[in-house]
Structures are given as structure tokens and as C-alpha cells.
Design a binder for this molecule. Sequence first.
Ligand SMILES: NC(=O)c1ccc[n+]([C@@H]2O[C@H](COP(=O)([O-])OP(=O)(O)OC[C@H]3O[C@@H](n4cnc5c(N)ncnc54)[C@H](OP(=O)(O)O)[C@@H]3O)[C@@H](O)[C@H]2O)c1
Length: 226
Amino acid sequence: MKVGILGTATVGRTLAARLGQLGHDVMNGTRDPKATQARSDADMYGNPPFRIWSEDHPDIGLGSFAEAAAHGDIVINATAGGASLGVVRLAGEGNLEGKVLLDVANPLDTSQGMPPPLLMSNTDSLAEQIQRLLPGARVVKSLNTVNAAVMVDPGRVGGGDHSVFLSGNDADAKATVADLLRSFGWTDIIDLGDITTARGPEMLLAVWLRLLGVLRTPMYNFKVVR
Ligand SMILES: NC(=O)c1ccc[n+]([C@@H]2O[C@H](COP(=O)([O-])OP(=O)(O)OC[C@H]3O[C@@H](n4cnc5c(N)ncnc54)[C@H](OP(=O)(O)O)[C@@H]3O)[C@@H](O)[C@H]2O)c1
């Protein structure tokens, strides 16, 4: 499958590497591909510049947000939540029309220190705002409640015995994302319902971020015990 990933940081790279490993044809999207390729410093988390990462992943393409969106049969939003609406505008409504748009972003307001509050919550969510902006895209929210390494390899914590959520208006789009999640190793995939149900997983970040402060590792997840 062709996958376009909007984003070139930890999540964009982690998803790209795993999808490439699984045989998918992947392109990451960025604001300015030349500038992204020219960066020579590590990011604030110590991740190497994209160029160094891409030397180890020669099969993964890099293009603008619009080129990555056009490339994908399925497109993933892995950009900073506060920038995501602008990013999907740049990606282009026409390039996303009818496509599954998997949104893994969290709408964190990073301007106010740690832990960041949400930019919207309770009666709205980033996923809903993206869906309203792009009524022709089939937005599915998932994976935002786990660290990037856990997204693509749930077995990294608790032997993979924990839960991930799906929200979206289109049943076929959710089935496509569920297949992708199963290919990563997920087994407990909980379909919460339509796109408004993304409010819950986005608001789980309030707990997730405080756990990070307590546990001092991002390698954990929520498990729904029936
Ligand atoms: N890190 C995790 O483990 C994790 C886990 C779950 C969910 N998430 C969510 O996944 C998303 C990606 O996280 P991340 O840690 O990989 O990286 P991030 O630093 O949150 O986002 C990086 C991406 O956002 C783009 N971006 C940032 N500001 C922008 C702006 N003003 N205009 C346009 N694009 C902009 C960057 O574009 P350029 O490529 O042009 O620089 C880059 O591709 C976030 O929403 C995050 O909350 C992260």
C-alpha cells in the first residue's frame, strides 16, 4: 500500500520505518523538503537530523505535505497538534478527498510549559476539527494514546496485552486502520464510535502526561479490563 505520512519527527519516522519494513511504499511530508534535508542539528529530544535518519531508510521518500498526501492511498497526520489544521490545508483537500486520514496527533498547547494543556477538549477535538475542515476525507483517530515506539510494536510493553482506540465516521476507513494496527501487533482494538468519540482518547493525554512525570518512562499504556 502507498502511505503518505505528514510529519518528519519521532512519530513520522517511527511509523515510516515500520511501514517500510512491512513492505509499504512510504513518503514523509514536511513544510520544506530542502530545508528538512539540510538540517544538521539533532532535535530537542536528541534525535538525529532527518538526513542522517534517511540514510538508514533509503526506501522512504520525502516530499512536501501536498506531495506526501498525493502519494498515499492512506495518509497519516503525525504533526504537532497545534499546527495540524494548517498542515492538512497545505496537504490539500483534493489530495485527501476520499482517503483514509489516520490522525495520531495530540492538540497540545506547548506554549505554557509542562504538562501542556489541550488546545480543545470536552465538546470538541482535533480529529473533529480536521474532519470538519476536510469533509471529503475519512478521518480516523487512533494511536495518539501511546508513545511512538509502542504504536508500531505494542509488544514492547506488557507483552502487548493492552488497548488502543479507534474513532471515525466511516466503518470501512476504521476497518482499514484496524488492519494496519493488527499488522503492527495490536490485538485489543476498541472502536469507540464516530469521530466525536476522539474527544476521550485526546483527553486521556491529561492522564498520560502526568503518568510520564511519575513513571519517568514513556513505555506504558492503558488496558481496558472487561
Ligand atoms: N512523540 C510521541 O511518542 C507521540 C505519541 C503519540 C502522539 N504523538 C503526537 O504525534 C504528533 C507528532 O509528534 P512528534 O513527536 O513526532 O513531533 P512534533 O514535534 O509534535 O511534530 C513535528 C512535525 O510537526 C510539523 N510542524 C511543527 N510545527 C509546524 C508548523 N508551525 N507548521 C507546519 N508544520 C509544523 C513539523 O514539520 P517539519 O517537518 O516541516 O519540521 C514536523 O513534521 C504530535 O501531535 C504528538 O502530540 C506523539
